[in-house]
Ligand binder design. Sequence first.
Ligand code: HSE
Length: 313
Amino acid sequence: MDLQEIEVFAPATIANISCGFDVMGCCLDAIGDVMIIKKTVDKGIVISKIHGEVLPMEPENNVAGVAIMALLAALDYEPDFGFDIEIDKRIKPGSGIGSSAASAAGAVFAANELLDRPFTNHELVPFAAEGERVACGAPIADNVAPALLGGFTLVKSTDPIKIVELPSINGLYATIIHPQIEIKTSLSRDILPEHVSLKNAVKQWANVGALVHALHQNDHALFADSLKDYIVEPHRSKLIPKFDKVIEESINAGALGGGISGSGPSIFTFSKDSQTSENVKFAIENVYKKTTIPYHLYTTKINEVGVKILNKK
Ligand code: HSE
């Protein structure tokens, strides 16, 4: 029987991984949206329900709708059915952990399944990136690539989009704090310098190369030593209360390192295993509970596969 309906887990992601500003990201396992996409008799796209957040219901203004439109435009035939999208939005928009990317990635993954997989997950990345254009103003891929492919990814180029899939360090966990403050992505990008010093650029690309090598070699020490951002973090961290203290206390509690997730305000840290990530969570909580800022804290393993099918009929 033909597939009529699919329910997917659309994962949250961290992008930027410290030194890999705008290029390196990774996929998370315990945080994500749930989406149900059904075939409809009428052609076209309808967003019938969004739970949890107020977001545009018109498909042309919604990242999920636009991402599916991009996919349909690349087909060499017109499907004889339409799509009904229901989104349970569990990743808060503006959190820095890929909320819009999750919707875009989940939508194209599910639509591709309903169409009997004309595209590979790798080929779906540019369609999901078109969805990101609605949320971010540009077809950026640093979150949608890990959301669709899992593990760690590197955006080798944006025009055309070329993605390199990287291995993950075995057993790696992330601890993430999302302080409930608003930092507009536009401000977070506007405060970045247009030019960087050659000295910092040299240190940065050395770290990116070493980080990629550490992932391939499963080398915790090199991974930890490479998680440093000399270019973006010094500017953006000023917008996030207690950023330096969170990183310092996380490393004291055993974390390998961390940084700003997306354009903030979330802060991520990586740990070598689940127990250490729980210790890090406790250490971060001790920093933030002394402030008046509400927050959410998560620990999660790295998701190696990306979007997951929860149900289909
Ligand atoms: N990499 C972007 C930024 C956010 O840091 O501004 C995620 O695409």
